[in-house]
Design a binder for this molecule. Structure first.
Ligand SMILES: [Zn+2]
Length: 98
């Protein structure tokens, strides 16, 4: 039997993950703690509605999905929120990498 490929829970990411994890390394490190534990816990506790909502929120946070499509293109953020935070932290001289 072929080995099943496990994909990251964040919609639009598509990166492979290890079987026992829900998120790929990249999403895991970029998401805030409450978001990643929320996704993991919701899945483990079979709270499917919460799991879907949190995955969607994570995709928006990481810039994979755009739920603001009802806003005219001229008013939409073209830079994902995670990138904005990264840039602001760099501007303020804060280190995010451990
Ligand atoms: Zn991912």
């Amino acid at each position: 039997m072929a080995k099943r490929v496990h994909r990251c829970d964040v919609p639009g990411c598509g990166t492979e993950r290890t079987r026992w994890q829900r998120l790929c390394t990249r999403c895991f490190t970029r998401l805030p703690g409450e978001m990643r534990t929320g996704i993991i816990d919701a899945h483990h506790q079979h709270r499917d509605a919460d799991w879907r909502r949190l995955r969607k929120a994570a995709a928006v946070y990481l810039g994979f999905a755009n739920l603001t499509s009802k806003i005219p293109p001229t008013q939409q953020h073209r830079v994902p929120l995670a990138r904005v935070i990264e840039l602001q932290q760099r501007l303020l001289g804060e280190r995010t990498d451990a």
